[in-house]
Design a protein around this ligand. Structure first.
Ligand code: CA
Length: 236
């Protein structure tokens, strides 16, 4: 089956080069220049992969990616002239599958698209929901590791990468007290580059998000001088 790719790019010359490289590899390419057109296209017909420019006439590709990731895991490859590390990190944190910088090699672009599609076919999305508390507790979470999302009281949490990893780590062993250093080891790829204060900052924003959904529960507990734990039962 021919994979259908939606190319969102406002620069006709770039779209032409990318489109040619992809159609030569047998992909079916639909080209749109605006975010609003792309959104309409995505609603109208399913596609297998999205190639997304960041600087678009009607907004930022990152905003589209953010909206998409609320309920879609369609593979996204960012194609951008901006090589700023921040954009790259943000794009990947928001759930992009790959990032290619302009100017790009058309063959490399096609190869990367193929690699993403191969990965997603080989690892079809599996919903791996873990009910942390099997009985109907007052406090409970659902972790979906494939989508890297966590629901709290049936409400999806809009988490940053670090908040997600922190909460997932705490939920893996409810009631266990994790020291800040242990949390950093679990969550940060290079803990030495961060400070233990970062844990406090992310815990604070995480708490605020949980409070928005249920202000009474406050499941994350602070153990003075020790660290944090999470409470997931309603028995206290
Ligand atoms: Ca552009």
């Amino acid at each position: 089956m021919t994979a259908r790719i939606l190319l969102i790019e406002d620069e006709p010359s770039i779209a032409e080069v990318a489109g040619f490289a992809l159609t030569s590899e047998g992909f079916q390419v639909t080209w749109r220049t605006l975010i609003c057109e792309a959104e309409a296209e995505l609603t109208a017909a399913p596609c297998d992969l999205l190639i997304l420019d960041l600087g678009l006439p009607d907004g930022s590709g990152l905003e589209l990616l953010k909206r998409l990731r609320r309920d879609s895991e369609i593979p996204v490859l960012i194609l951008s002239a901006r090589n700023a590390e921040l954009d790259r990190v943000l794009g990947l944190e928001l759930g992009a599958d790959d990032y290619v910088t302009k100017p790009f090699s058309p063959r490399e672009l096609a190869a990367r698209v193929k690699a993403i599609l191969k990965r997603t076919v080989r690892n079809p999305p599996v919903i791996n929901k873990i009910d942390i508390v099997p009985n109907v507790g007052k406090t409970w979470f659902e972790v979906d590791e494939v989508r890297a999302t966590i629901q709290f009281h049936h409400h999806p949490l809009d988490l940053t990468c670090y908040e997600y990893l922190l909460l997932k780590t705490l939920l893996a062993q409810p009631e266990r007290v994790f020291s800040r250093a242990q949390l950093m080891d679990q969550v940060w790829s290079d803990p030495t580059a961060s400070f233990e204060r970062s844990v406090d900052t992310h815990i604070k924003t995480l708490r605020a998000k949980l409070r928005e959904i249920n202000a009474a529960l406050d499941p994350i507990r602070t153990h003075r001088g020790l660290g944090y734990s999470i409470h997931v039962c309603d028995d206290s």
